[in-house]
Each structure stands twice: as structure tokens, then as C-alpha cells.
Design a protein around this ligand. Sequence first.
Ligand code: NCD
Length: 337
Amino acid sequence: MNFTGAHILSISQFQRHDVEQIFSVADQMEPYALRKRVTRVLEGAILGNMFFEASTRTRVSFGSAFNLLGGEVRETAGFESSALVKGESLQDTARVLSGFSDVICMRHPQQGSVADFAAASRVPVMNGGDGANEHPTQALLDLYTIARELQAKGRTIDGLRIAMIGDLRHGRTVHSLSKLLSLFSNIQVTLISPKELALPDAIIDEMRAAGVTVSVSDELNNSIANVDIVYSTRIQEERFTSKAEADLYRGKFRLNQAIYTQYCEPNTVIMHPLPRDSRSDANELDCDLDNNPNLAIFRQTDNGLLIRMALFALVLDVVDKVDQFAHDVRWYNSRQQ
Ligand code: NCD
């Protein structure tokens, strides 16, 4: 695809070589993300960061990625503080904000809302999560992490065996990741969820049609025995009609060190899009895994910066200029100690 000026709304818009191009630009961003070098390539550019649903890492990651390329960030968070509570349409908001920004990132609770917004925007829009539908930049950073973890073992994405666990029905990160995996070869996916929270049939059908081997289970322990990656997810409480309904499923699939040691192959990589629900009635990814070197959750968040920097550089067409507008870091860098 031609990235220049493009909206990033769904994994469906990518082919394998597009994904490989994003990953190769992400590699190029590492010295800047690690503060070994500073670039001012996006000096003067403004990101409109609009989050109408709870977010910590995605919002700050988009903003930091833009800052790391030298751009400025303007932010609005929550419906209450926006004109949407006064009845303004998303289309009008899009028209107004795209007059102030060079690119817009958006999260919204309604499925399809970010695409509707993009249709009325005069600048590129990136989907930071539209309801239970998709979260394409998370899937890209997840797959980029998978590629790096496998590369360390002399492997590639092709041939990957992955178990996805939890609320697969509402989990937009899993929806996008499933679509992304379909672009690769010899992929085996095990879907572990309560039957009521199964991955939507349309996504399973799409994976199978693309040649992915899909198996389904509602039991954790034996289903994580022969995989390279365990990808755990949170029960998406905000998508249920009541907390009581979400409580029915909370804490059903808990992974801890004892279960990991007993059932997983050595060095199985543990991932989670975060936030993990660490309350005692959920505890889906136990803190006793925190010293396990195969826990990749914070490598995922670090990699998120690289992926989002790469997307900004591609969409704003500055990939070849990033190094040209760079200089040394002047401040104390604790990462290098
Ligand atoms: C995810 C999301 O918002 O879909 N979080 C994230 O962006 N990393 C997952 C979640 O909230 O459970």
C-alpha cells in the first residue's frame, strides 16, 4: 500500500509486505526511542490525540512516539470534556480538529466510529481502538514483539504456534492480531475462552480461509502445552451489560508460574496487551511471573513506541529524512547505564 497520507483503520488494509515494511522502519526508530539520538524531523507537526475511552499506554505511546520524532501533541480525553456531549457529530468534530492537526489518533467505544471520523477528516487518522472491533497498532506491536522474540531463537513468524486466552469475543486486540497472523504461513492458533466469549465466527472463518490451523478450547492447562506464545487478555468488562455478567467469567483462566512450569514448553513467551487485571478475583497473569525472563509484556509496550513512530514516519512520508534531522542527546541517559 501507499502509506503517505493513509488512514490506519484496520488490519484488513495490509498485505504481508506492508507489515514487513512497517517492521523494518520500526527497527530504524530504535536509537531514537532509546534516546541514543534525537530527531526533529516532525518539527512543527501537530498530532491530535483524541481518546474517548479509558487508556493509559496507547494514548501516551502515540503521543510519545510523535514527540520522539520532534512533533507536538494536543490531547483531549473523555466525552465529558468534549463538545460531543453537546450533541456535536463525529463528522463535525473531525472537520474541526483536522483543521488543527497533521494527523489524528482516536479511540472511541463505538465499532466503526473511527472510520466514520476518518471519512470526514482532512488529515490521516489512526485507530487507537474502536469498541470491540479492532486495534490495529496494538496488533502490529504484538506481532513485531513476536517476531523479535522468535528471532532470538533463530525462528520467524512463519510456523508460529500461539494460544490466545480470555475474552476473545470482545477483545479487539485479538481480533486485529488474528487478522494479522492470517498474512503469514503455517500458523497454528489455539483459542481458549469460555464458550460465551469465543472469537467471532467471521474472524475464525477468515483465518481458516487464509490457511491458519485453528483449534478451540475452554480449558487452559493442556491447551498451552505446545505453543511458542501464550497471549493472555482481560475480560472486557466495559463491553458487558453489567459488572455481574463480567464477574461470571473473571478469573477463569489464570496463568501463574506453577501452571507455566507444569504445562508450558520451556521458554514459551508470555504476552498480554495490558492492562492485566491484577485484582484478586481476576489475576489473569500472576505477578509471580514478573521475574520470568519469558514474560514479554513490557517489551511489548517498549516496542509499541517503535511501531507507532514507524507509522507516523510512513504516513507523513519522512522515513528517509529521520536521520538527516538528527543530533546527539545532550542529557543524562539512564538507559545507557
Ligand atoms: C487493550 C485495549 O484497549 O483494547 N489495551 C491496550 O490498548 N493495550 C486491551 C484491554 O483494554 O484489555
